[in-house]
Design a protein around this ligand. Sequence first.
Ligand code: F3S
Length: 753
Amino acid sequence: MILDIKMIRSFYSNLKFRISKIRNKIGRPMNYSEKILYSHISNKINLDNQYFKESYLNFFPDRLAMQDATAQMTILQFMKTGKNKIKIPTTIHCDHLIKSVNGAEEDLKESIIENQEIYDFLKSASNKYGIGFWRPGSGIIHQIVLENYAFPGGMMIGTDSHTPNAGGLGMLAIGIGGADAVEVMSGYFLELKMPKIIGVHLKGNLNGWASPKDVILKLSGILGVSGAKGFIIEYFGDGVESISCTGKATICNMGAEVGATSSLFPYDTKMSFFLDKSGRKEISEMADKLSKFLKSDREVYNNPCQYYDKIIEIDLNILEPHINGPFTPDRAIPISKMKEEVIKNNWPIKIEVGLIGSCTNSSYEDLSKSISIIKQAKKKRLKISSEFLITPGSEKVYRLIKKQGFISIFHKIGAKIFSNACGPCIGQWSRKENNKKRKNTIIHSFNRNFSSRNDGNPKTHAFIASPEIVTALIFSGYLTFDPRIDKLKNEIGEYIKFEEPKSIDMPICKNFNLKTLGYENPEKNGKNISIYINPKSKRIQELSEFPSWNRKNLLNIRLLIKVKGKCTTDHISMAGPWLKYRGHLEMISENLLIGAVNAFNNKINEIKNIFTGNYGTVPDTAKFYKLKKITTLIVGDENYGEGSSREHAAMEPRFLGVRIVLVKSFSRIHETNLKKQGILALTFLHSSDYYKIKEEDIFHFYIKDFRPKKNIDVELIHNNGKIERIKVQHSYNKKQIQWFIFGSFLNFIREKK
Ligand code: F3S
């Protein structure tokens, strides 16, 4: 059984009662996000009390999904809790570890052999603890969730930052760290600060070349990479109904790129259609009857300023296609301005590779738009000018597009189809051109374009656009091509222009309801199943406890690295070749901060060992300090830890002796991850104090009286003997302080038991 339909029936049978009760209690209309949040709160709290808006609240989500790269460490931690069974319906999806080299079939076979130990580990843990298992090749976590598990009005969590993809089906879906997942799997609540809500008003209709992807590319430009931090983005307005369910999912997926806690759309006919077409008519029938509870109250739409914390308006009628990048997804460039920007910034103009697919844009609709461009190109006798690579989102989508003839059309123009997996989106791409220092341009329809993310080359300029724009641009081969107005010369010398792409939301095809492609149920009784970990393994390692805090001030701390500028979780714990060590803390710690820029010499992965005076890599220097029992800290810039939910970015520094991370600001998931692993996550009270930190400083942190909302005094002793005093702040509540005291949340859970 894939989906617990009984649970959903019971959820819907109570929904009207629950929401009416909350509305009476609050005494005012509610937006959709509030309806879902309040109906999943476990606290006995006074909802009309202003206090709760600023507090951490406890939620009972309906589901949990984990991808294979994060699931390994999550399971390793869960094993340490001593629990026998998970307490929330959970699935594991094998998608991140599959390589993209030669094409789907061959890559899948080789990846299964290469990762057999990991898949066996995850499978045996799934059987033991009662977790549903999606085999390698079945698809990417978020597409599978959308096709099988998401339901309007529900709340889910996932150990992946793009979990909010399920918001395309009206579900409030939140990306969390594995440590958070362990708590919920163990029967505790999900603790979350009550998010604020941004209402994004979509006016009019998408037309021409503009697509759902352009809505979020435009919004990323408006908000920036941390502009929605602490917010849920809720879409409303007449434009909402014109966007397909999978288009909505694309928009919600990339809410992660602006730091949003989640993103979602209200229930509508497009969602109902998708549920029907993906074999969940029973759910759409229930949801149709309750549709007024699966959206904001009418008063909210009549007076949105009163019921959202912030409003942003996007007029779809005049929305232009966008190309965002390079190196950051929020550098939003309307396509009409692209020529100017390319010249001004001296970006490599020639596109070497175009890639479509990933969890963000691999629906049937997306691929059908790409096909519509290719069909035109064939008629107009055009050939591709760049390499073209495609990663379908799931086996369902793959079989469907194969049946509709898309695969052979892609092959005929020389495109390569990779496995239904993350592949090039997460650095699992063995690019033909392998020179890691060569400046070049690629364009893709994925969600992230951080430096080195796709091919490990920090000089690859990766741009993000919709699948149809990517497809049109690979026929031109140039980043400056605007298919709306520019013409291309075909093989017989004629100048031709593309017409607007056409798409099909979902074909009328009886066979889309292909259940259980790649799904395995867990054993009914996993009690006697043992999970074997080879002590000599280089892929999986049992966890040891982190030491507890002795309740004394943290004195004589030394700086490991002061990071300059953008520092994402990719910079802290790189993906690509390192993905294979996600279950082995010692091995993966060898990549600690190897992508970060040292503020003192502007170099990557080159820091000063203050005891020897020599420069070395971050991991080697950290190991030196650990051996000498010297506690260290990391200093960072704005939005430190943005990007993925991977907790390795918090566990690695902890493993290598870092006790404090002090930054101008944190991304939400990473801050929680640090707290959970027993690292003191602090922010400068005055961000200009960042500039006071010198390479050879000695730090004293006066935290003996560690309390919520109490700032901490810090002394910096510079190597000329001068002392400076600064104040730093934190966001710990009482429970989180316990994690720090015990050394980690895991120690805390175990001790409590
Ligand atoms: Fe996978 Fe990339 Fe999505 S890594 S889950 S395809 S963001």
